[in-house]
Design a protein around this ligand. Sequence first.
Ligand SMILES: *Cc1c(COP(=O)(O)O)cnc(C)c1O
Length: 323
Amino acid sequence: MKDLDSFPKVALGVFPTPVQKLENISKLLHRNVYVKRDDLTGLGLGGNKVRKLEFLLADAQKQGAEIVFTTGGAQSNHAMLTAAAAGKLGMKAVLVLKKRGVTECVGNQLLERLMGTDVRFVDTDDYADIYREMDRIGRETGRPYYKIPCGGSNALGTLGYVDCAREIAGQGIRFDHIVCAEGSGGTMAGLALGAKLFLPGTKVHGMMVDRDPFDRITPALMREAAALLEAPLEISPRDYHLRDMCGPGYAIASEAGNAAVSLLAEREGLFLDPVYTGKAFAGLLEMAEEGAFSEEENILFLHSGGAGGLFAIRMQGFGQGAL
Ligand SMILES: *Cc1c(COP(=O)(O)O)cnc(C)c1O
């Protein structure tokens, strides 16, 4: 197997991120619940995409790209962080976003305005249209460009979370369960593959916040990332655990998710977001209720960020499922 450190990475963030015990939540649930603070990855307002971008933008640089394209919805945390990272590295980011979600100048749209990011909207539900538009713009500029898929979730981006699993293995606590949000798949796939490599016995649970076929996407990304690493591993359904926490739809707040956002804000001074981490933590609470964790087990929740999106919420809609 190849060494993870043999893949080029650009330094964008601050690692390792802290692991903290959620004392009040642990008391409430009679379980040992910890949080991995990937909301503090140290670029922009933090978040999981920084780990993926360290690998992806190193590849873009290696290929001599001057322009970096990526995509997502209007409030994509990934797109915002790609723009922040590209700016730091002296590359130009062009965000070709789906005209879906809150397009006004709030949340991540505001942050992009502050960075002077080139943001374009395409009124489509099909990413094929978006990638075609990227190629059109790219050709028009005549400059070398690099396309990053939605969420940075390809095999190379997934290595960011294989790396995170290795980091967790070095932080001194043995975890029986890791719980994370799953939106485009790279974070979950990386953690699940990384657990197989560095955290034997740890179960990784992906809380699905979108309606994509994650039962296919997750093992496919795990296999592609394992192939990059030349790791001779068999990936089976026992290696990843999925739970539907989407509620009314992607980027539409759910009652359970909003309740989790409030609970963590009130009891732990920790701010989750309604699109990803709130729904994911709601999944952890449901699992605890169902008896999925025993009292002596250690549970680690990955806080994957999302602060930008939190500020795009229409407060009058809070609790009513509107974003
Ligand atoms: C993108 C994102 C996720 C989901 O990660 P994927 O790798 O896309 O599945 C979770 N939380 C936040 C805050 C995100 O921005």
